[in-house]
Design a binder for this molecule. Structure first.
Ligand SMILES: Cc1cc2nc3c(=O)[nH]c(=O)nc-3n(C[C@H](O)[C@H](O)[C@H](O)COP(=O)(O)OP(=O)(O)OC[C@H]3O[C@@H](n4cnc5c(N)ncnc54)[C@H](O)[C@@H]3O)c2cc1C
Length: 236
């Protein structure tokens, strides 16, 4: 729809590609998500079903073809070297898929009778694991406004309502995109002083529970005005 309406995009490549696969490790993940910040981008092992982890391995675009072509056992050795032994020996890897990482922001999110949500409106780097969350918050806000329109028997596609959706979502979308984009660039920068500063920043965040709580609330979408679904109130 965005393409058909010729809504312009702000778009930029991160020069990184995320290689995705399911990985089985020797030790249970116990519901813990791991993320390592490497010189070619973040490497994450996220807990999933049947004891498996969902791997997100960001690599520089020029490294991806080689990594994708590796035999499974060599791939697991390389991954083990980068990830370490927090989960013991990495034992199996499923099918690998590569996603080029791009920043994308639609310059308009509504047109008469149309609202863009999720990745159609904004795509961000996975470093903060926020893309899907941001999309769910778009859905919750739009549902809130549509429920009101249904109750009042007003037109759900009119611009006045859709503009309220844009206004409500604007700050959260921009803030998360800005934080994520800054972190993606900061962690990709190999300069030693910057590396030192960001490690210090992560340690500081861990040592200051108040600050950590504030950042977590932002990423859980609990700052600002919340739609009813986020407050556990049913839409009627
Ligand atoms: C490597 C990686 C790791 C991520 N990790 C996290 C994470 O840990 N946490 C998090 O919150 N988010 C994460 N994200 C982001 C998350 O995946 C996206 O934000 C989310 O998938 C967006 O959902 P969506 O439904 O808006 O769009 P999409 O998932 O892109 O779905 C859109 C669908 O529409 C289909 N489609 C497109 N055009 C058409 C058409 N013309 N007709 C029919 N169908 C069409 C597409 O094929 C696609 O299936 C990650 C993203 C990547 C790339």
């Amino acid at each position: 729809m965005r393409g058909r309406l010729a809504i312009p995009l702000q778009e930029r490549s991160y020069g990184q590609t995320a290689i995705i696969a399911n990985v089985t490790a020797e030790q249970p993940h116990q519901g813990i998500a791991y993320e390592r910040f490497t010189d070619s981008g973040p490497l994450a092992m996220l807990p999933m079903t049947e004891g498996r982890c969902s791997l997100v391995w960001s690599a520089r675009d020029d490294q991806v073809a080689d990594i994708m072509a590796l035999a499974d056992d060599v791939f697991l050795q390389r991954l083990q070297h980068r990830f370490g032994y927090r989960l013991g020996q990495l034992q199996r890897v499923g099918r690998r898929v590569a996603y080029p990482l791009r920043y994308r922001q639609a310059t308009e999110s509504v047109r008469p009778r149309i609202a863009l949500i999720g990745n159609a409106a904004h795509a961000i780097h996975p470093v903060t694991g926020q893309g899907y969350n941001l999309g769910l918050r778009d859905v919750a806000v739009l549902a809130d406004l549509l429920a009101d329109a249904a109750r009042e028997r007003s037109d759900p596609g009119e611009m006045a309502l859709l503009n309220r959706y844009t206004e409500w979502r604007h700050q959260d979308q921009r803030r998360v995109a800005l934080i994520t984009d800054s972190l993606a660039r900061l962690f990709a920068n190999p300069l030693p002083p910057l590396r030192f500063a960001r490690n210090l920043g992560l340690l500081g965040l861990d040592a200051l529970p108040g600050l950590k709580h504030l950042v977590a609330r932002q990423f859980m979408g609990l700052n600002g005005r919340l739609p009813r679904l986020a407050r556990g109130i049913p839409l009627r």
